[in-house]
Design a protein around this ligand. Structure first.
Ligand code: GUN
Ligand code: ZN
Length: 452
């Protein structure tokens, strides 16, 4: 059958997940980090991705694979097929309060964030917002995310129910916070422990879901509550730890006053056993060398959230330093402090942060500007590595879960004009990263199912 005709059939949902489907297009993904491995990129002009039962069976060049048995071929010639994007730090309850004016971190939390999060005790409201959030992730090509809910267990149930319905690989958890916020949001060490335990038992490993113990940040938890977080990690060694770290100077000073016995902000977490290979620390901007060393020794991970860091005026993350210490880094949109759910727009700002660092150093030649490939790696396999999911998602090798996106390098008038002149894949990719948004995401597939 002619590929175009089959594509039409699939459009009208005649393709089922059990079918073997071949997708023709330009394939791009990574086998490793292109920052330290020149062979890490796989780019196949006119490639073929074969998917069955939600998994990648094969990927390679179309001419060599075209005689493989498939039930259908979908023709995406001229488009780029890559792994679904991974958002390593985002808050689903904050989509309604994205881009609120005029505050930095602490003022922004008190003025806008906390009042918004109180609403998520209502299951109906939380479900409606979780559904909208997940649909917008799909629209933006994001297939996996590490997600803050609120301190209400209702918000976690609502989120996981919606994620399960869509069969999306999602990680979330109840926020732990027992001080320095409105009473309606506070738990206690006891309730934090009991509620988290129930949620872990209910959701961990259900479908494609995983649980993250989620203390909001050191200022909103007492030592007793951070000890509870440590206890949960000991009782459930495969759950994640997700929190914020050293985002803003005023916050760092506050942590010094609240925890005078700790060497640093990171040390507050470390004292409670919260720095592990399954820990993800959002921001990590204002750290010293000892902190980088501890993160590295414990194989912990960082979520770099450039749109948020610029919006709240938090600072410029030092990607070079995390590379020097071999700390895995992924991209986080951090909505609502971040200004877009698009990981593509996040790549744009990530590049600009590396550019700005050059402007604020005595040794600009030592600051490395993110290359287009390194940036896409952060958005895909790099993010998957941060979440210990590099064997399941993040690239298009055989056996991987078929979470992928089809990108249109000619979407929109400006990008289209620009990319028609581009001489190679790096130029095309850079154009998409700097100028793209949800309009370049032509299609999003979750476990082989077309969702956009
Ligand atoms: N630190 C503590 N809570 C938050 C939050 O909701 N967003 C950001 N960006 N930082 C935080
Ligand atoms: Zn955040």
């Amino acid at each position: 059958m002619k590929p175009k005709f089959v594509a039409l059939l699939c459009l009208f949902s005649f393709c089922s997940a059990a079918d073997t489907v071949g997708y023709r297009g330009d394939i791009l993904y990574f086998k490793g980090d292109p920052a330290n491995d020149s062979e890490a990129t796989v780019y196949i002009k006119d490639g073929y991705l074969i998917v069955k039962d939600g998994r990648v069976v094969k990927s390679g060049d179309y001419i060599s694979l075209k005689d493989q048995p498939v039930d259908n071929t979908v023709d995406y010639s001229g488009k780029i097929i890559t792994a679904g994007f991974v958002d390593t730090h985002v808050h689903y309850p904050q989509i309604t309060m994205i881009s609120e004016y005029g505050e930095q971190l602490i003022g922004w939390l008190n003025t806008y964030t906390f009042p918004t999060e109180i609403k998520y005790k209502n299951h109906h409201y939380a479900s409606q917002e979780a559904a909208e959030f997940l649909d917008q992730l799909i629209n933006n090509g994001t297939t996996t995310a590490l997600v803050f809910a609120t301190s209400s267990p209702v918000s976690v149930d609502a989120f996981f129910e919606q994620a399960l319905k869509r069969n999306m690989r999602m990680i979330s958890g109840k926020v732990l916070m027992d001080r320095n916020a409105p009473a309606e949001l506070l738990d206690t060490p006891q309730s934090a422990y009991e509620e988290s335990k129930l949620l872990i038992e209910k959701w961990q490993h259900k479908g494609r879901l995983d649980y993250a113990v989620t203390p909001r940040f050191a200022p909103t938890s007492t030592d007793q509550e951070l000890a509870v977080a440590g206890r949960l990690l000991k009782e459930y060694p495969d759950v994640y730890l997700h929190t914020h770290l050293a985002e803003n100077n005023q916050e760092v000073e506050w942590v010094k006053q609240l925890f005078p016995q700790s060497r640093s902000y990171l040390d507050v977490y470390d004292k409670h056993g919260l720095v592990t290979k399954k820990s993800i620390f959002a921001h990590s901007i204002h750290l010293n060398d000892d902190d980088f060393r501890v993160l590295s020794e414990k194989n912990a991970n960082i979520a770099f959230c450039p749109t948020s860091n610029l919006f709240l005026g938090s600072g410029l993350f030092n990607l070079d330093k995390s590379r020097e210490y071999h700390i895995p880094v992924g991209l986080g949109t951090d909505v609502g402090a971040g200004t877009s759910l698009s990981v593509i727009q996040t790549m744009d700002e990530a590049y600009k942060v590396t550019q700005m660092r050059k402007a604020f150093t005595d040794k600009p030649e030592e600051v490395h500007s993110l290359t287009p490939r390194e940036n896409l790696y952060l958005a895909t396999l790099g993010g998957a590595t941060v979440l210990s999911l590099q064997d399941k998602i993040g690239s298009l090798t055989p056996g991987k879960e078929a979470d992928f996106v089809v990108l249109d390098p000619l979407a929109g008038p400006i990008l289209s004009e620009r990319n028609k002149q581009a001489k190679n894949i790096d130029e095309i990719l850079f154009g998409m990263e700097m100028l793209g948004d949800d309009r370049i995401v032509a299609h999003t597939y979750v476990m082989g199912k077309k969702m956009k």
